[in-house]
Design a binder for this molecule. Structure first.
Ligand SMILES: C[S@@+](CC[C@H](N)C(=O)[O-])C[C@H]1O[C@@H](n2cnc3c(N)ncnc32)[C@H](O)[C@@H]1O
Length: 242
């Protein structure tokens, strides 16, 4: 079953708003630092539009996602941005953007490194000259914390979500059981998100080979990459290959 098919309906309630305020601050500061003239923004794996909606006040925004359920919610919430269903490893939009984003460990959803490389190259091809690619990814330190399975539950408006994080081989797994209230009964759905990570050195080499200049990398605490970094934010610029 496709990931996010069932999760889509509870995604916004589960994620909350705090993390998006943090992402927005990082994205805005990177754009202000490296490309003050940017006008257009494309987000790969835009989900329900939480990152694009605030950006749509200032930029011409486009979101791309593989999940039609996530996109349906984004389109309902956001009439300003354009939303497209496509795979980030192979999309062709016949258009260039000043900034391309891939946020909230969306790149980790690609389980083979060849797909990370295809996405980097594809992103490069859709960027205008000196355009920015800003993304984040979960590191091995984060994956290590999944070795011991952890369970939690959230009570939402009409839904209860039972969640488990765990790891299998070198994959990180998020399993959710979603109990939706229908009258005085609960209907059960399940969803699974699977992620994979790769070492920073390998990621940087692939970015450079796609034609990017890596401008800045920092972790969730604003520090340079270190052994405890759980999420790395990477900002790259499109350099023209001569
Ligand atoms: C963790 S969610 C992040 C969504 C959004 N960026 C946010 O911050 O709320 C990951 C998103 O990536 C999408 N996704 C996963 N693989 C994809 C692919 N190959 N191409 C496009 N989107 C993909 C999923 O459907 C999901 O909406």
């Amino acid at each position: 079953m496709a990931a996010y098919k069932e999760l889509a309906s509870v995604y916004d309630e589960l994620m909350g708003e705090e993390i998006y305020a943090k992402f927005n601050k990082i994205i805005t500061s990177m754009i202000n630092k490296y490309d003050r003239t940017a006008k257009s923004v494309l987000e790969l794996g835009c989900g329900t539009g939480n990152i694009l909606i605030p950006l749509s006040k200032k930029f011409e925004t486009t979101g791309l996602d593989i999940s039609k359920e996530m996109l349906a919610i984004a389109r309902k919430k956001d009439k300003k941005s354009k939303y497209i269903q496509a795979d980030m490893t192979s999309f062709r939009l016949n258009k260039k953007f000043d900034v391309i984003l891939c946020m909230y460990d969306t790149i980790n959803h690609l389980k083979v490194f060849d797909d990370w490389q295809k996405t980097f190259k594809n992103t490069y091809n859709h960027l205008s000259e000196k355009g920015l690619f800003i993304f984040d990814f979960n590191t091995q330190a984060k994956f290590d914390s999944f070795k011991e399975p952890k369970r939690s539950w959230s009570k939402l408006m009409d839904t209860i979500v039972l969640s488990q994080t765990s790891s299998r081989n070198d994959l990180a797994l998020w399993d959710d059981i979603i109990l939706k209230k229908k009258g005085n009964m609960y209907k059960m759905f399940s969803d699974q998100v699977v992620e994979k990570t790769f070492p920073l050195k390998k990621v940087e080499a692939a970015l450079i080979s796609a034609g990017f200049k890596v401008k800045q990398i920092f972790d969730e605490n604003g520090k340079g990459p270190n052994k405890d970094s759980r999420r790395l934010f990477v900002t790259c610029m499109k350099e023209l290959i001569k």
